[in-house]
Write a protein that binds this ligand. Structure first.
Ligand code: GLY
Length: 316
């Protein structure tokens, strides 16, 4: 069963592509950065910072739902087509995880910092210490503590902002940019699953899971329940399929079908989606469940939010 749309490159090439409806504002910031002369890397950082700063977005950055102990912890990765990577996991007290990730990439010999070390590094870079737990997110957490029911609700990103405690979110923004010269970069940032175990890290900050990019091939990002993506190194798989000749759409579909085949009933009701941008500007998007959306911004500035095709017609 397939639902949604797929589309190919046009004479108005894709400049920015990102997950979910809230990707629209991120794409617009990214395109403005490209138009101001920024690189693809600058663009995806600028785009990712938009939901990170939005207190009404409870799955990314400031205002993200906390772990079950009440701590908001952020995961992020940024990558360019030359294989440069920076990532952070379980970062606390800093809003712009994506900028910390970029600083890891540019100012350290490493690819990832985690936890207290990541926070200390960010503060040493001059980034401000900010309490990430907003009153709304705290209210949702306190409501959740009454039941401790732990079952992510599919597609909650499209219901943001929701009433406190109404649902568990599990998501992220993945954003990919293709500059006028064809150079590509990608970023991914999230507060991860709401009310996760302390110390839980999802797919998002892991290269080849939440995000991957390869020069001359393209980029891919994932969304949904990170554990299911990590099990198959999802975005590395999508990019490998593209390298082998599959279109971005076919590559996303192959990865989703593989999860379904591998996991069977274990993934019932869980959402996973892949979004891919080929080196020539073709877009692919596919999810397990109906309800995954993505934002496409073309070089002309036209932005559309589109429904992805899905393996199952149901949305939960
Ligand atoms: N995909 C985001 C997460 O599972 O943390």
């Amino acid at each position: 069963m397939l639902a949604g749309v797929a589309h190919a490159a046009s004479d108005d090439p894709v400049a920015v592509l990102s997950t979910w409806d809230f990707g629209k504002a991120a794409n617009e910031a990214a395109l403005a950065t490209l138009r101001a002369g920024g690189t693809a890397l600058d663009a995806v950082e600028a785009g990712a910072k938009v939901p990170e700063a939005d207190p009404d977005n409870h799955s990314v950055g400031y205002g993200g739902y906390p772990d079950r102990d009440g701590h908001v912890t952020l995961d992020a990765i940024i990558m360019d087509q030359d294989g440069r990577i920076g990532a952070v996991a379980a970062l606390e007290d800093v809003v712009h995880a994506i900028s910390v990730a970029r600083a890891v990439m540019e100012k350290t010999p490493h690819t990832m910092l985690v936890g207290e070390g990541a926070t200390r590094f960010a503060l040493d870079q001059g980034m401000p210490r900010v309490k990430l737990l907003t009153p709304a997110a705290e209210a949702a957490w306190r409501e959740w503590l009454k039941t401790h029911r732990y079952r992510p609700i599919a597609n909650i990103e499209n219901q943001l902002p929701g009433p406190p405690g109404s649902a568990l979110n599990h998501d992220t923004i993945g954003i990919m940019a293709r500059a006028g010269d064809g150079r590509m970069a990608a970023a991914c940032t999230t507060s991860g699953m709401a009310f996760k175990m302390r110390g839980r890290v999802g797919d998002s900050p892991l290269a080849g899971c939440g995000l991957f990019i390869e020069k001359g091939v393209g980029a891919a990002a994932s969304t949904g329940v990170g554990e299911e993506v990590t099990r198959i190194a999802g975005t590395a798989r999508v990019v490998a399929s593209m390298r082998a000749g599959l279109s971005p759409q076919a590559a996303c579909e192959e990865a989703v079908r593989h999860i379904a085949q591998l996991r069977g009933d274990a993934i019932a009701g869980l959402q996973v989606g892949f979004l891919a941008l080929g080196a020539s500007g073709d877009v692919g998007a596919f999810a397990l469940l109906r309800g995954f959306t993505y934002a496409v911004t073309r070089q002309s500035g036209r932005t559309e939010v589109l429904p992805a095709r899905s393996l199952f017609a149901r949305s939960e």
